[in-house]
Design a protein around this ligand. Structure first.
Ligand SMILES: Nc1ncnc2c1ncn2[C@@H]1O[C@H](COP(=O)(O)OP(=O)(O)OP(=O)(O)O)[C@@H](O)[C@H]1O
Ligand SMILES: [Mg+2]
Length: 453
């Protein structure tokens, strides 16, 4: 484009200069006024900065501003175009030595090392609409070509610089984008191999940051889930192994001591029997928990009164309380009718009251109250037993959690009761919390919505 612009400018000035000369000298040519023609040519040669020649209608030089080529026939295509094709002016660029014409439409590819270039401009001399001669301007275009080539060099250089810069930018950009994705990919691969400790660095911003954070919180949850599952399995197997080991020892004594005392024998038998009871309790508790974990527990709801359920359970526990000289007092200010699963609610009440009776010392007091507060029933079991130390409070609803492991097991507990209670209360849309001070007793407070939805 720049080449075209440069040449067009030059061609236009050459053409207009030569055309006006052709008009001016037409009469002199017609009259064959040689001296006038020579004068006009040399003036024009000075003005246009080149060599001006006048050719006759056969292409023979009639006059030359350099005075050298008179009589020579020139067969340049520019001359032929004017004489034969009838164009008024023409222009071409040639190599000085070989006379080879340059294709101006394709300057970039016709570059020649140190060739010198000249421009040929022709214009027809017309008299009474007949061509009587041709003016030829030969002017050096070396400087212009040089500028053009320089420009080409610079443009190629600029193009290379820009291309390299663009390539670098693209590489950096791609790296910036793929780096966090790569980190995330490695994290996901580690996790899919079962390594839940995989975390990704949250360095980037925007969506990648959110993605990394989401991934981290997901892997954290999976890790805790994995840990609690392992814990559960190991606790459960431990819980099952203990009664089995006890039973094995007792059975072995029975087998290898056939002459054992009859009374001792009966005692062993009854111990084995109670271990079996304990084992079956643990297994049924575990089944209950697993069932609730699978999220598809169905509640068989019916209309019932919570107060009636409490009375039933108090009645059930009364013999044990009597044995320990404990007093169970009920304060039931409202029957609290509810549409709920009877056996599950019964388990909640029984587990809480049983704990109170079990962990409170002989002669203790157990207070059970039921009040209605708006749309909720508030059921509280309080005792004046040993209570639960502050640091253990957050864990009492965890599976297999026992405050005093040895003493609790001695009392037949596995640490599943409260976690079952917790799950059952949640299933009924309620909430449970514990308040306790060590040495002063414990209170378990259950809130149950009386109307669902
Ligand atoms: N009323 C209470 N007073 C003092 N400690 C209690 C009371 N209730 C529960 N705890 C403590 O909380 C622990 C967890 O109770 P949870 O009912 O879950 O298990 P458990 O009674 O040991 O066994 P399970 O109920 O499965 O037979 C108990 O081991 C006990 O240490
Ligand atoms: Mg219990």
């Amino acid at each position: 484009m720049v080449g075209d612009y440069l040449f067009n400018q030059r061609i236009r000035t050459d053409r207009t200069g030569l055309e006006s000369l052709a008009v001016r000298i037409a009469r002199d040519v017609d009259n064959s006024d040689v001296s006038a023609i020579r004068e006009s040519l040399s003036i024009a040669a000075g003005e246009l900065g080149g060599r001006v020649l006048l050719l006759d209608e056969n292409g023979k030089v009639q006059a030359d501003s350099y005075g050298e080529m008179n009589g020579i026939r020139l067969e340049y295509p520019e001359v032929a175009n004017v004489l034969l094709k009838g164009v008024t002016t023409d222009y071409g660029i040639h190599e000085m030595e070989s006379g080879e014409q340059l294709n101006t439409n394709n300057l970039l590819f016709t570059r020649r090392g140190n060739a010198s270039w000249v421009g040929y401009c022709t214009a027809g001399v017309v008299m009474s609409s007949e061509i009587i001669g041709v003016l030829l301007l030969v002017s050096p275009v070396q400087e212009m070509m040089q500028n053009l080539y320089q420009l080409q060099d610079q443009m190629v250089l600029i193009f290379i610089v820009i291309a390299v810069a663009a390539l670098l930018c693209a590489l950096i950009f791609a790296r910036v984008i793929t780096k966090p994705v790569g980190g995330l990919m490695r994290g996901i691969q580690r996790m899919s191999k079962g390594d839940f400790s995989a975390r990704v660095q949250v360095k980037s911003s925007g969506e990648f940051r959110q993605l990394a954070q989401a991934f981290n919180s997901m892997s954290e949850k999976l890790e805790t889930l994995d840990q609690s599952r392992n814990q559960f399995v190991s606790n459960a197997s431990h819980e099952l192994k203990t009664p089995l080991a006890t039973m094995k020892i007792m059975l072995e004594s029975l087998i290898y001591q056939p002459d054992m005392d009859k009374e001792l024998r009966a005692e062993f038998m009854s111990d084995i029997n109670s271990e079996i009871d304990r084992l079956s309790n643990v297994v049924s508790d575990l089944l209950t928990l697993v069932q609730m974990d699978s999220q598809n527990v169905k509640l068989t709801r019916e209309n019932l009164s919570i107060a009636a359920l409490i009375k039933e359970n108090a009645h059930r526990l009364q013999p044990i309380a009597d044995q320990k000289g404990q007093q169970i007092s009920l304060t039931l200010s409202d029957p609290c009718d509810i549409y709920a699963d009877k056996s599950k609610l019964n388990q909640v009440i029984y587990n809480l009251m049983e704990n109170a009776v079990k962990y409170t010392q002989s002669g203790g007091q157990i207070k059970v109250s039921l009040v209605r507060q708006g749309r909720d029933a508030i059921f509280t079991v309080s005792d004046n037993g040993p209570g639960i130390p502050k640091e253990n409070l957050p864990h009492v609803f965890d599976r297999f959690y026992r405050v005093d492991k040895a003493r609790s097991r001695e009392k037949g507990g596995t640490g599943l009761g409260l976690s079952i209670v917790h799950q059952l209360v949640l299933l009924h849309g309620g909430a449970i919390r514990v308040e306790s001070e060590e040495g002063k007793g414990a209170s378990f407070i259950v809130e149950l919505p009386l109307h669902q939805g």
